[in-house]
Write a new protein. Structure first.
Length: 454
């Protein structure tokens, strides 16, 4: 798996890289605490040394000396000292000053100023001490440049220890993530093949490692084997049922139809035969619907899916059901685009889903009602909508009607077997389509939103 803009998000979300970032954060915190502790200790020690130097310098001045003597001594020290390193300043009671800097008072604090541009002060600031003598005020200040230099040294140390460790951790995390991503991609490909109906797909480990991913791969293979066996058994059972039950049911329906044709119309025997024929046909319909749902949910293959036009399917279904709608006094309208709207799927199944939705709307509609079919396309995908202004379905019942054989209380007197919308839900799930039942105020609005075709 190469590093490309497309798979960067996956690599960044991978567990090895996340662990690498976590280790970097932990290392950074520990490193910061350690370096900060050392820096604070050395900083305090350096500042104490500066204070001791200032105290030693102050002790060299005679407290009882005259103002002139102090100015002479301060001038001598000042000429020999760079003010950027140390400042000597004496302000006599007569207002005359001596030293290598100027001073002004601000809020009971002595603020040092440059004596001239040729003798700049330290940008690092100063630690200073002011002492009152017999003939004036003496200020001795020492630059904090050693503290600033110490800070720069620790920042450099921190950078030199953190950056290589961080880069090494990220590089190692990427390397591990890439190796893991290749194996994860193979597992995903195997699962995708199984999901599309290829139950013979198996994950093949290319190394002899016995880690989490290899165990997951083995689990996928066991799942596929069991699913393949279950589907094979289901198909065998379905074939047996089709042979042993469906054919006799169909024969019963045919025999009852023949019997009904031989009886005189209007007689009680003919009416009973007609009802028996209807019930037999209903039993055959229920069996076929259940079998179709089981086949779809049992892993109907999607490898043969192709791009199909929803608009064409909608027009064909409208043409097919328009006569039935006219006979029932129901208006069947539509709003279809002029061009095609493609989805990826099975044409027969999608047609069956739309047919079931239309039959459901016609079955529960009454004369004068309206059914409307529309197809549109957006960024979310292609959408097929069937709406009516019939009795609708209560919000608390909408999930239940998608279950097999579930029927609303008010629908028990109408034809049907409670499998129409269940089959629609199974077809929608197979096509990764979103099936929603909503209120049409009044009536029901059924929407099938298919994924956008790449």
């Amino acid at each position: 798996m190469s590093i490309t803009p497309q798979n960067w998000p996956r690599l960044l979300r991978s567990t090895p890289l996340r662990l690498a970032f976590l280790l970097i954060i932990l290392f950074t915190i520990i490193n910061l605490l350690t370096v900060s502790g050392a820096y604070i200790t050395l900083k305090n020690r350096t500042e104490n040394d500066i204070r001791e130097n200032i105290t030693a310098e102050l002790s060299g001045f005679d407290v009882a000396a005259t103002a002139g003597a102090l100015r002479t001594l301060v001038d001598a020290k000042a000429r020999a000292t760079d003010p950027a390193a140390r400042v000597y300043l004496f302000v006599g009671d007569d207002g005359r000053t001596a030293g290598n800097a100027l001073a002004m008072r601000e809020n009971n604090r002595v603020i040092l100023k440059e004596l001239n541009e040729e003798l700049p002060l330290s940008e690092a600031g100063y630690l200073q001490e002011t002492r009152r003598l017999s003939s004036g005020v003496l200020v001795v200040a020492e630059s904090l440049e050693p503290v600033v230099a110490l800070r720069r040294t620790f920042v450099t140390i921190l950078a030199l220890t953190f950056l290589p460790s961080a880069l090494t951790s990220v590089a190692l995390g990427l390397w591990i993530a890439r190796r893991s991503a290749r194996r994860v991609a193979r597992i995903e490909a195997t699962l995708s093949q199984i999901a599309t109906g290829d139950l013979t797909a198996r994950y093949s480990e290319q190394t002899n490692r016995r880690d989490d991913l290899s165990r997951i791969g083995e689990g996928v293979n066991r799942m596929a084997e069991k699913q393949e066996a279950a589907v094979t058994a289901l198909r065998q059972v379905s074939a047996d049922i089709a042979h042993d039950l469906r054919t006799p049911l169909q024969r019963i329906a045919v025999l009852l139809s023949d019997l009904s044709g031989q009886l005189e119309d209007g007689t009680e025997q003919a009416k009973i035969a007609d009802r028996a024929t209807d019930e037999a046909n209903r039993a055959v319909s229920v069996f076929q619907s259940l079998l179709q749902i089981a086949q779809i949910e049992g892993g109907a293959p999607t490898a043969d899916f192709q791009n199909i036009d929803l608009v064409t399917i909608a027009r064909e279904m409208i043409d097919l059901y328009e006569p039935s709608a006219d006979d029932a006094g129901i208006a069947l309208g539509h709003a279809l685009p002029d061009g095609p709207v493609f989805v990826h799927g099975d044409r027969t199944m999608v047609s069956q889903a739309l047919a079931n939705i239309l039959e459901n709307a016609l079955r529960h509609g009454k004369s004068g009602k309206v059914i409307h079919v529309s197809v549109d396309e957006s960024e979310a995908g292609a959408r097929l909508v069937v709406s009516d202004n019939g009795p609708g379905i209560p919000a608390e019942e909408r999930d239940k009607v998608l279950q097999r054989l579930y029927r609303l209380e008010q629908s028990r007197t109408t034809p049907g077997n409670g499998l129409g919308l269940s089959l629609v839900a199974a077809i929608a799930q197979l096509h990764d389509a979103d099936l929603t039942l909503a209120d049409n105020n009044p009536g029901l609005r059924v929407s099938l939103t298919f994924p956008k075709v790449a």
